[in-house]
Design a protein around this ligand. Structure first.
Ligand code: DP6
Length: 324
């Protein structure tokens, strides 16, 4: 094997239409299609090196050696790559996030996209974007969407090979900004993998899933036409529906803090007054405020001055996962 070491960088992404619940848990075949924007600058850099004589996979996140569940999930992903490449060597994996660790921002998307792209290259595989997206999906569903560039759609697919993400518009298509109000740096009490497994226990999930393709169409249309008003309505509706499912699961998941709801209400009031901004929230209390880039300074000012939000991150549309 010629090339045993490779490094890749991948952005995180924010879903406009959410992935919540799987048709097949093990294969991470989603219950519904989703659509997201890569987040430029919120990146994971991962180096994978297959090392002769190494007895077990090793994982460093930041400077810290990881064991247990985190290492096992990475090893499973490496097993996929090894079986495709026909190799048995164990690997040393070093991963670094450039956004505040544990800020409750999705790191599994950028982490598994970077791991997949670096691991496949290090194993000597030459895979298409589609194949990399499929492979990343098996590690973390949302990671499938961090492989292609810009604004990205993940189609459900009938089989594993058909369930991949693709770009619907490049990063420079629309200068939108994600202004992230960082509310909590606590680790989520229930992570998304466990959350997906609970989705089906909510009576609302079937209705959410049945209506998702229609929301996805409206969202895609809004992105392609750069129609912010249409985007705002469908993005908030979709986030609200996912949280309704979460809150009504067999074991209810309440991810919001009081400040989360205060920000949501303010955003709707600001939009009614003419400021183009909308919210979307993942499996945590942080609020992603989407707006045209030119309005980001005003959104940041209001979050800070009116709502006393102390930590704010911003990200525009990001590129594809890439080797460095
Ligand atoms: C709420 O991709 O993190 O952010 O496949 O178990 O790793 P796993 O789940 P993950 O789920 C993301 C859930 C979400 C919505 C979204 O990003 O679409």
């Amino acid at each position: 094997m010629s090339n045993q070491k490779a490094t890749a960088i991948s952005c995180s992404n924010i879903a406009f239409i959410k992935y919540w619940g799987n048709r097949d848990e093990k294969l991470r075949l989603p219950a519904n299609p989703s659509l997201s924007m890569n987040l430029a600058g919120l990146e994971t850099t991962t180096t994978v090196e297959f090392v002769a004589g190494l007895e077990a996979d090793e994982l460093l996140i930041g400077e810290k050696a990881e064991a247990g569940a985190a290492l096992e999930r990475v090893s499973n992903q490496l097993d996929q790559i090894r079986s495709k490449a026909g190799i048995t060597l164990k690997a040393r994996v070093e991963s670094q996030n450039n956004f505040p660790a544990g800020a409750g921002l999705a790191s599994s998307a950028s982490a598994f996209a970077a791991l997949t792209v670096a691991g496949a290259a290090a194993a000597g595989l030459s895979l298409s974007e589609k194949e990399l997206s499929v492979m990343a999906r098996l590690g973390s569903g949302s990671a499938s969407r961090s492989v292609p560039a810009g604004f990205v759609e993940w189609q459900v697919g009938q089989t594993s090979e058909e369930s991949f993400a693709f770009s619907i518009a490049p990063p420079n298509h629309w200068p939108l900004m994600d202004v992230i109000a960082v509310i909590s740096k606590q680790h989520k009490h229930v992570g998304s993998t466990a959350g997906h497994a609970l989705a089906g226990t909510s009576q609302l999930q079937a209705a959410r899933v049945a209506s998702a393709p229609e929301r996805l169409e409206r969202c895609r249309e809004a992105v392609l036409a750069k129609n912010f008003a249409q985007l705002a309505e469908v993005v908030e509706a979709d986030s609200n529906l996912m949280h309704a499912v979460m809150m009504t699961s067999g074991s209810p998941l309440f991810y919001w803090e009081p400040i989360t709801l205060a920000i949501m209400k303010s955003i709707r009031a600001w939009r009614a007054e003419g400021l183009p901004v909308c919210y979307t929230i993942d499996a945590g209390p942080n609020v992603h405020c989407l707006c045209p880039a030119e309005d980001a300074p005003e959104v940041m000012r209001r979050l800070h001055e009116n709502l006393d939000v102390k930590e704010i991150l911003t990200a525009g549309p990001g590129g594809a996962a890439r080797l460095v």
